[in-house]
Design a protein around this ligand. Structure first.
Ligand code: SF4
Length: 132
């Protein structure tokens, strides 16, 4: 029995060329080249890529990884964190300022949630690693 799957390329859907934009899908390492007009998506090998292209057109979202300072009696430690959810790219500089301004008084365990920013617009971060 032939175990090789036959690769069939999806037929490109007609797009509104006046609105069409191209993106490289970053959801998985395959990096499909996508094209969308905000309604139809061409080039995606799976539904996740279609959702990615449509979201990129409206409001690009990204996870952000960085580190937060913990000031403990032994000194200042840098704790690796990432956002608990994808954030709008337009807010990345703002939330980076917020996390850089935060000072933890203890070292949280991996997986702990850390909140930064104002009460009206907080951002949740997840501790991703050991102290550096
Ligand atoms: S479209 Fe699907 S297969 Fe292609 S890069 Fe995106 S997630 Fe990966």
């Amino acid at each position: 029995m032939d175990k090789q799957k036959k690769k069939t390329k999806k037929i490109a859907k007609p797009l509104d060329e006046s609105r069409a934009k191209r993106y490289t899908c970053i959801v998985c390492p395959t990096c499909c080249e996508l094209e969308t007009d905000g309604i139809e998506v061409n080039g995606a090998r799976c539904p996740r890529g279609e959702r990615f292209a449509l979201q990129e057109m409206v409001m690009p979202l990204r996870f952000v990884t960085t580190s937060v300072r913990a000031q403990i009696p032994e000194g200042t430690m840098m704790i690796p964190v990432k956002t608990a959810y994808p954030v709008p790219m337009a807010r990345v500089f703002e939330i980076m300022k917020e996390i850089k301004a935060l000072r933890l008084s203890e070292i949280p365990p991996i997986g702990a949630k850390v909140t930064a920013g104002s009460a009206e617009s907080p951002t949740e971060w997840i501790v991703t690693g050991e102290v550096e």
